[in-house]
Design a binder for this molecule. Structure first.
Ligand SMILES: NC(=O)c1ccc[n+]([C@@H]2O[C@H](COP(=O)([O-])OP(=O)(O)OC[C@H]3O[C@@H](n4cnc5c(N)ncnc54)[C@H](OP(=O)(O)O)[C@@H]3O)[C@@H](O)[C@H]2O)c1
Length: 512
């Protein structure tokens, strides 16, 4: 991965520029990159969407969004805000209209001329921040209108960032990949999963491959099982219609959680070149045997939240959220057991758990190590009079969010005359160790796309292998006459059945 060098001049076109993501994440990320001096001076940002808007209106919206959402918040009306917004333009248009794309091209050529950029040398980054049903159409229009440069052209580049979801099942993912690759070379496609832009997610690789003490333990001999948790305390936040068509498995597991699993379980890449890293991720994901339709309930627990309270706020039943079907069986929670059938991980269960309306927001990877081979202290009773034959196993926790950091739980001798051991934590928190605010995920990823580094973006085969895995579960669930869906109260850690499933499973497969 390159260091954060300064990028070449480029025009950035955001499709779906009137949307939430543009306002909350993309524009603030671009502003921060400019502020940090990481983008070239000749940066031009063009927003494209159907809503009628003038350049001036767009700039006012951008300034308001930056005052509210930027990482280093600018003063309203400040010079830095004006300088940034003066580089932003807006084109009203339809995603399926040749005329709109022709108008966009005219605007871009004009802006290029004004800034003294020869169009034969113009670098262009297109960001698809629209709903996924228009991704293919936009790329087809870009192709027709002659925006896509030859991937081997040394004088200029064209890159397209594609937002998730990359399809809603294997078939639609194939279709999307087929239509993107009929116009673009894979090297020009940047499928974004913002989890990979998080510093703490990248730190999983730094932790594993930049240190020598843990890697020798990172295998079936020493690891008993792995838990990956992505808990959200929010509900569907006004996106009930979208979420009800998606559910936790598609929304979280297919992308973010399998990416986390891949980083935790992959083999060390031969280098940090984009394809070396992505080859290893594909290999490890391909080593997970798909769950058979008939065995789906042996490997998964689904839940849906019912009314409850989070932070003193009353949360309605999921079924009463706007846009959700009253008889919906969409899962807002899922717990899964997966295996990685390779030399390193055979027999080690990986438990994945994610849900909405849970007690707190938390993303964490817990690696639980095996017990020592001999219970040396078992004959010495602890202060509660219990035998110490079952010490708490060592646990390594990689906390992705919030309070980013690493915790290692180890057995220590309690001061006193007897050899009594208790688990204690060695802990370090990012904010204590590094005195700098980490860049936001979108900052990192947009900069990488401009620099042409695709290491942290998802390759076509990664998307497909992840869908293959998830498809079997979706098909298994869909085939049930009476869906096994467990209700859980909002503000809890999910259905009791999920705890039971994991605890019993660990007892059966690990503790023996
Ligand atoms: N928001 C997030 O935090 C987040 C996180 C991860 C991924 N994403 C993904 O990023 C993309 C953009 O997210 P968003 O929250 O900004 O979405 P959004 O607000 O629903 O859509 C963005 C813009 O696309 C246009 N649009 C909406 N529906 C359309 C339709 N049926 N056909 C054509 N255009 C339509 C709208 O602009 P006009 O009507 O003016 O054209 C809208 O402002 C989505 O694919 C989403 O799944 C979002």
């Amino acid at each position: 991965m390159p260091t954060r060098q300064k990028a070449e001049p480029a025009t950035i076109v955001i499709f779906g520029a009137s949307g939430d993501l543009t306002k909350r994440k993309l524009i603030p990320a671009l502003f921060q990159l400019v502020k940090d001096g990481l983008l070239a001076e000749k940066i031009t940002i063009v927003g494209f969407a159907r809503r009628e808007k003038s350049h001036e209106q767009f700039r006012v919206e951008i300034e308001d969004a930056l005052v509210e959402f930027a990482r280093s918040k600018p003063e309203a009306g400040s010079r830095e805000l004006k300088v940034f917004s003066s580089c932003c333009y807006y084109q009203t248009g339809n995603y399926d209209s040749s005329k709109s794309f022709h108008d966009l091209k005219k605007l871009m050529d004009k802006l290029g001329e004004e800034r003294g950029i020869d169009s034969a040398k113009a670098n262009r980054l297109f960001y698809l921040s629209t709903p996924p049903n228009v991704f293919s159409g936009i790329v087809a229009m870009l192709g027709q209108a002659g925006y896509i440069s030859d991937p081997n052209d040394k004088n200029r580049w064209t890159r397209v960032i594609v937002e998730k979801p990359f399809g809603r099942d294997l078939e639609t993912a194939y279709d999307l990949n087929k239509s993107l690759s009929s116009i673009l070379d894979e090297s020009q496609i940047y499928r974004i999963d913002h989890y990979l832009g998080k510093e703490t997610v990248q730190n999983i690789m730094a932790f594993r491959f930049g240190n020598s003490i843990f890697e020798p333990l990172w295998n079936r001999r020493y690891v008993s099982h792995v838990h990956i948790t992505v808990a959200e305390s929010v509900c569907v936040e006004g996106r009930g219609g979208y979420y009800d068509n998606s559910g936790a498995l598609r929304d979280m597991v297919q992308n973010h959680m399998l990416q986390l699993l891949a980083l935790v379980a992959m083999e060390p890449p031969a280098s940090f070149a984009p394809d070396a890293v992505r080859d290893e991720k594909v290999k490890v994901l391909s080593a997970i045997p798909p769950i058979e339709k008939s065995k789906v309930n042996e490997c998964s627990v689904r839940g849906q939240y019912a009314a409850g309270t989070i932070d003193g706020k009353l949360i309605p039943d999921y079924l009463r959220e706007a846009g959700v079907k009253s008889n919906s069986v969409t899962e807002t929670f899922v717990a899964l057991r997966l295996h990685v059938d390779n030399w390193r991980w055979a027999g080690v269960p990986f438990y994945l758990r994610t849900g909405k309306a849970l007690t707190e927001r938390l993303t964490e990877v817990n690696i639980e190590f095996r017990q020592p081979p001999l219970a040396l202290f078992s004959h010495i009773k602890n202060n509660d009079g219990e035998e110490q034959d079952h010490m708490k196993p060592n646990m390594l926790s990689l906390r992705v969010q919030p309070n980013e950091g690493i915790r290692l739980s180890i057995g220590m001798k309690v001061p006193g005359p007897k050899m009594i051991l208790e688990p204690k934590d060695m802990e370090f928190s990012y904010s204590d160790v590094f005195d700098v605010e980490p860049p936001g995920a979108y900052e990192r990823l947009i900069l990488d796309a401009i620099l042409g580094d695709s290491t942290l973006f998802i390759r076509q085969d990664e998307v497909e292998v992840a869908w293959k895995l998830v498809n079997g579960i979706l098909e298994g669930w869909a085939s049930e006459e009476l869906p096994h869906i467990h209700l859980y109260r909002a503000g809890t850690w999910g259905p009791y059945a999920a705890d039971e499933f994991i605890i019993n499973d660990i007892r059966k497969t690990v503790a023996l």
